[in-house]
Design a protein around this ligand. Structure first.
Ligand SMILES: *Cc1c(COP(=O)(O)O)cnc(C)c1O
Length: 436
């Protein structure tokens, strides 16, 4: 038996297990399934005294084994997770006793920095060896900037961003078009679905082989594991086992929390807090899994109709266990704005629309008598400064600024506008400038 977990496909019976680094490099398993661990490690005891990065190294050691000269993963993890992760208690009104876990202090100010930065640094530490790989990312919001920032300057990797013209917020666009070494961005005349179709096509269309395409989307095992770390951090910081409310879309974040729980983290249950895209809450309420097109909301990073991590959740935990441990709540835009307003007037704290969905889900469950006997941790997934228009319409004032977002507009950019489809992408890549 291997000492550390190996990774197997959700679509197989456990055959062909691969080591973590191979799962990270491949993204999807060859049979099209998602990688899941073939066993769960015993996590070391976690004390409160160590800093976040030291805790991360202790936990990931159980997954990876000791670092080696060829793969110095511990240094990579420390470098990736070098920003603060505050757990802030709220006081006031319906929000009393809720702890907000601020996951937005990384360089691009969403929780995506945990997964994307760590994945990039781990890939760099492992060395690619082969030809320069191109990470193709279709993005409607936070993923693109986190992946671009994480991989920029990593030897052996370049990043190609595809985002839909006119469909993302001005701050998000500014974050995507800024000039970074090794990164090009394309504003696509089309929808997010068109961008996603292009990012998928590069793997099927032989004309793209020369670019050695790869992906870094939320199903990658290299993004999943680092996202379980902040759950463990919150749990070790509180005297009693907490419940977690997770603003959810593709369900990568929730999967990471359930993985931490399966490895022995004490907890008092999970809340899957969704916007109007409510297929998963319906499933948790007992409906058959039925996924479809997404609808647009104010919490746009959660506008997902068919969550890609569902297959992994279903394989790892099964429907009945999921329904036991996770409560699903759907919050519409009106209730989201109302929660932003109420949190601000009652506690003085300004939250972004995604975090507001997580908070509102807790308020609603508490009204039914649930979540009253345990501390509750709401994951705050983005900095409010990324959504100034929504914050202004909810509470009438501007959000506080975030490091780096202010100065973004003045920085050099690198972006061209292209038609949707593989031909336009191929032509644009031919002349693309990836220099520093
Ligand atoms: C990506 C994202 C989410 C949803 O996370 P999933 O892992 O896709 O469920 C929530 N909030 C913000 C701000 C995000 O960027």
């Amino acid at each position: 038996m291997n000492e550390v977990p190996y990774w197997i496909s959700t679509r197989g019976a456990g055959e062909n297990p691969v080591p973590f680094l191979e799962a990270l490099r491949q993204g999807l398993a060859p049979d099209g399934g998602l990688y899941v661990p073939d066993r769960l490690p015993d996590l070391p005891p976690l004390d409160r005294a160590s800093d976040f990065a030291s805790m991360a190294v202790a936990v990931l050691g159980a997954w990876f084994g000791p670092p080696t000269p060829a793969w110095s993963w511990a240094a990579a993890v420390r470098e990736a997770l070098s920003f603060p992760v505050p757990l802030v208690p709220l006081a006031g009104g319906a929000w009393d006793g809720i702890h907000v876990l601020e996951l937005y202090h990384g360089p691009t100010h969403s929780f995506k920095d945990f997964g994307a930065r760590t994945m990039a640094r781990l890939a760099a530490a492992a060395g690619s060896g082969g030809p320069v790989a191109h990470v193709f990312v279709a993005t409607s919001g936070d993923t693109g900037s986190a992946v671009a920032d994480g991989f920029s300057g990593v030897p052996g990797y370049r990043v190609v961003l595809l985002f839909p013209e006119g469909r993302i917020s001005p701050v998000q666009e500014a974050q995507l078009v800024v000039r970074r070494p090794g990164v090009v961005s394309f504003r696509v005349r089309g929808s997010f679905d068109d961008c996603q179709a292009m990012a998928k096509r590069v793997f099927a269309d032989r004309r793209f082989d020369a670019w050695s395409p790869t992906s870094a989307n939320s199903i990658n095992a290299g993004r999943l594991l680092p996202q379980s770390l902040y759950y463990l951090h919150a749990a070790r910081s509180l005297d009693e086992a907490p419940a977690f409310s997770v603003p959810s879309g593709n369900l990568g974040n929730l999967t990471a929390g359930l993985l931490a729980a399966a490895c022995g983290m004490r907890h008092a249950g999970f809340v899957a807090a969704h916007n109007a895209n409510d297929a998963f809450p319906r499933f948790l309420d007992g409906a058959p899994a039925r996924f479809g097109a997404s609808v647009e909301t104010l919490s746009n990073a959660m506008d997902v109709g068919a969550p890609s991590n569902f297959e992994r959740l279903d394989r790892m935990f099964g429907a009945s266990r999921l329904r036991e441990v996770v409560r699903g709540i759907s919050v519409d835009d009106t209730a989201t704005l109302d929660a932003m307003r109420s949190v601000y007037t009652e506690t003085g704290v300004i939250v972004d629309p995604h975090t507001a969905v997580g908070l509102e889900a807790v308020r609603r469950l508490r009204q039914t008598g649930a979540l009253r006997n345990a501390p509750v941790v709401v994951l705050s997934t983005a900095h409010p400064a990324k959504f100034p228009e929504t914050v202004r319409s909810a509470i009438g004032i501007d959000p506080p600024s975030a490091d780096g977002l202010e100065t973004l507009r003045g920085r050099p950019t690198r972006c061209s506008t292209i038609d949707a489809g593989p031909d336009a992408l191929l032509a644009a890549l031919e002349g693309a400038d990836f220099s520093a």
